[in-house]
Design a protein around this ligand. Structure first.
Ligand code: BG6
Ligand code: MG
Length: 218
């Protein structure tokens, strides 16, 4: 088995359940635009950038809007999203995450973050998790959105590791694809029927440790 030298984590839906806040904010915007937007539609937005998310919503509603309106719609959505984020506390870190990260640290396995969100640092700060990550690559540092592997390749470079020695943790279909496209091994966080392309899928980090990771990847 190839060694596990680093773990690269997505943020939204892996470390913390911010997907619900994204959904509520996008739904409010969709309502303003006269578009019906469901939780099922929201799956398509997971892992993709803010710009791509709005494009998908407009496509669902079969609508086009002028560039200035597009920009102001994204800004409104982000304002509502940040209202939720600023209420977050460390209690919202998903079960088992902190314990798993502590175990990785104790074994000298590097930890990096690769999130499409431009709010990643704000969220990590809010939930008290900023100090865990040796490198943080977020939506401000990439051109391409997942499933392009750019974000994971940049994260691996930032911690000086080859993709084949890193494990990616992802909850989004686009994110799992991005990791595979970059030559990473990937653990899906969620449901096997959604994330079937991942090397392995687990529900979450509760009761999950390095020994589990080593055995599933064998
Ligand atoms: C990803 C989320 O982490 O970040 C997406 O899964 C979101 O749903 C994307 O659209 C961009 O987030 P932000 O905070 O920059 O609008
Ligand atoms: Mg995610």
């Amino acid at each position: 088995m190839k060694p596990i030298k680093a773990c690269i984590f997505d943020l939204d839906g892996v470390i913390v359940d911010t997907a619900k806040y994204h959904f509520l904010a996008w739904q409010r915007l969709a309502q303003e635009l006269g578009i019906t937007f469901t939780e099922h539609d929201n799956e398509r937005l997971k892992g993709v950038s803010r710009v791509e998310s709005l494009k998908i919503i407009l496509e669902i509603g079969n609508k086009t809007i002028a560039e200035a309106e597009f920009e102001s719609a994204m800004a409104r959505k982000n304002g509502w999203f940040l209202d939720y984020i600023h209420q977050m506390t460390p209690e919202e870190v998903l079960p088992g995450v902190q314990k798993f990260l502590d175990e990785l640290k104790s074994q000298n396995i590097k930890i990096a973050l690769a999130s499409s969100s431009k709010n990643a640092e704000t969220i990590l700060q809010q939930i008290g998790m900023l100090a865990y990550f040796e490198a943080i690559i977020d939506g401000n540092q990439v051109i391409e959105t997942k499933p392009n592997p750019e974000i994971f390749l940049k994260a691996a470079r930032a911690i000086d590791e080859k993709p084949e020695n890193c494990i990616v943790f992802e909850d989004a279909i686009a994110g799992v694809e991005a990791a595979i496209n970059g030559g990473f091994r990937v653990v899906g966080i969620g449901l096997p029927e959604v994330l079937g392309e991942a090397d392995w899928v687990v529900r979450g980090f509760e009761g999950f440790g390095l020994a589990n990771l080593q055995s599933i990847l064998q």
